[in-house]
Design a protein around this ligand. Sequence first.
Ligand code: SIN
Ligand code: FE2
Length: 223
Amino acid sequence: MNRIESTGSSSDLFGPAAPGDRLVLGPQAAVLRGFSFPQADALVAAIERITLQAPLRHLVTPGGFRMSVAMSNCGKVGWVSDRRGYRYDPRDPDTGLPWPQMPAVFLQLAREAAAALGFSGYVPDACLINRYIPGARMSLHQDRDEDDAVAPIVSVSLGLPARFQFGGFARSDPPQRCDLLHGDVTVWGGVDRMRYHDVMPLKEGEHPLLGAQRLNPTFRKVF
Ligand code: SIN
Ligand code: FE2
């Protein structure tokens, strides 16, 4: 069952959640409500710059399906998928160029969010940028392409709300459910690092800053 936070309920799905609130998902996993809200404009501007250089694209899964979420990356390596499999690549396969550098505002936010869960000194190598439009979803998976299976995933929610499901270590374990709102940051590492999770199809809507989309930079320590 979901553990209900004391305040900051998701009655207003477009406004910021109450900053400082924390929805506990596990011993080393939580949603930090509104944690990135003060940096939201700077994060969106940085994503615009990154995606001019490394455009968002719909990757194909090894099984041949086109992903509904459009993706790009910044950092030393970027997560990519094609018929050969999933991997981290130091270059953007579409352009042959290195991925854009990770902006300072990204690094600092990721470090502070990780530290809030007890992961000090977090320096991500990769930031996968997910763009959801209404109907787009991310099916149930574990993040297991990284060598470091302890350092947290730090996932920032910007724009339209998304229904997130955070499960257990087996695909069939019943998940906790919550809505991720603009400004929320989800962190899972340590004993919770390998938990299954998914994102339900994004609902139609218009976010005041981002319109009909959700932008979701997710930080990873790969090496
Ligand atoms: C992911 O698992 O990469 C996506 C998480 C999210 O959309 O919040
Ligand atoms: Fe994931």
